[in-house]
Ligand binder design. Structure first.
Ligand code: MN
Length: 412
């Protein structure tokens, strides 16, 4: 049963009803202000604090890092207060209304200072598909079902949704009989992923037990891990992705808390009968998967409307978010508030649920037909990729909004 807000647009079909209240940072003059999305509006928490409506002083900072570091309990207390202020019949409605701004007119900034960024590879379908293209005889390496595979990405090139970026230049070798060349990537791809922001961190040398791992997660967002497949193919052995990935990574502006996602918890991915059980430090009980729909659309310069190219579900991931966090901390690596951990490309068993063009067009051999007669194997200059995510159940929708980015031509 949906809760009612006095902000009318929160009661209609929206990603941001009263039960969601995702956090983001928007520009006010030259500063960032922390806000929560509610329907078509944003509640300015900096203003709300100054007006005595909320007591959490971390809401007056320019990024979410301090609020993130205060842990799940502080976040829950703030969430309860915000629900009270925005619920139908709230006594302080007039005062709160002074701190609402239009979401359409807001310029969103990165939600926090991201100190470190790690990208995982948690979809077994994605790992198997990609592996079968590169190693037909041996698609899934023997460590996959034991170790959540990941690599350290780069935080400096993470951009907020809506930021265009230039096609990367790099070293590629299409012709195995000739030396490699340096130039614009010809196989630019997106990767549909879910990101998690670390809240309370752990000290260096301290491990993160699986049972408490989710208490270190502040919330989730959408991530587009743009990937240059031709650069990746040539550079990835033996140390993994490097310049094929770190030219740009796009995140959605709203961080959806695990508290808002609680109604959508489901059983995790069902491992095959003969799959090994996770090692004890990665073993858990309960419904720790999340039933989160994910969708990717493409809009080329010649198209008037975007076309959906894939649709998948985050519950298909082989490793849960708690396992990713527990594994990351299992050697004593310290995670810090605002660190971003991305899931890896979310792909399911169906063709339509494959979360990148490499898989969707099977390395370019099965081009996508666009409504205007054009075809796509990989992204061309001017193409825009739009990702959306949402949970829906019993009339309640908790959405993530959009994660958008447009490819600009390579710099000369
Ligand atoms: Mn990735």
């Amino acid at each position: 049963m949906a809760l009612k807000s006095w902000v009318d647009s929160a009661n209609r079909h929206t990603d941001f009803p009263l039960e969601n209240l995702p956090y983001g940072v928007f520009r006010v003059g030259r500063r960032g202000h922390i806000g929560v999305a509610i329907g078509e509006r944003i509640l300015d928490l900096h203003g709300a604090f100054d007006d005595g409506l909320i007591a959490e002083e971390a809401c007056t900072r320019e990024t979410l890092n301090e609020l993130m570091s205060r842990g799940r309990e502080a976040a829950l207390a703030l969430r309860a207060r915000l629900m009270e202020l925005l619920a139908d019949g709230a006594a302080e409605r007039q005062k709160v209304a002074r701190h609402l701004i239009s979401r359409k007119e807001a310029e969103m900034l990165l939600p926090c200072a991201i100190g470190d960024y790690t990208d995982f590879y948690a979809s077994i379908q994605h790992a198997t598909n990609v592996g079968s293209m590169f190693r037909p005889d041996n698609p899934l390496l023997p460590n996959y079902k034991y170790v959540p595979i990941g690599y350290h990405g780069r935080a400096s090139s993470i951009v907020i949704s809506g930021t265009p970026f230039h096609r990367p230049l790099g070293q590629t070798r299409d012709d195995a009989t000739a030396p490699p060349i340096y130039g614009p990537s010809k196989r630019l791809d997106y990767e549909m992923e879910v990101g998690l922001f670390i809240g309370r961190g752990n000290d260096l040398g301290e491990t993160i037990p699986i049972d408490g791992a989710e208490s270190h997660i502040f919330g989730l967002c959408l991530v587009n891990d743009w990937s240059a497949r031709d650069i990746q193919t040539w550079e990835y052995q033996p140390l993994g992705p490097f310049l094929a990935k770190n030219f740009a990574t796009t995140v959605s502006p709203w961080v959806v808390t695990l508290d808002a996602l609680e109604p959508f918890r489901v059983a995790p991915y069902a491992r095959a009968e003969d799959d090994p059980a996770p090692l004890p430090y990665l073993s858990f009980d309960g419904d720790r998967g999340i039933n989160l729909m994910l969708e990717v659309s493409i809009k080329t310069p010649a198209m008037t409307e975007p076309m959906r190219v894939s649709r998948g579900n985050f519950r298909e991931m082989y490793w849960t978010i708690a396992q990713l966090v527990a594994h990351h901390g299992s050697n004593g690596c310290n995670l810090r508030a605002g660190d971003l951990l991305a899931s890896g490309t979310v792909s399911g068993a169906e063709k339509e649920s494959r979360g990148c063009l490499l898989e969707r067009t099977w390395r370019g051999t099965e081009p996508l037909e666009l409504p205007n007669g054009d075809r796509r194997t990989f992204l061309e200059d001017g193409d825009e990729v739009i990702m959306r995510g949402w949970c829906e159940k019993d009339g309640l929708r908790i959405g993530f909004g959009e994660c958008r980015g447009t490819v600009l031509p390579a710099r000369a």
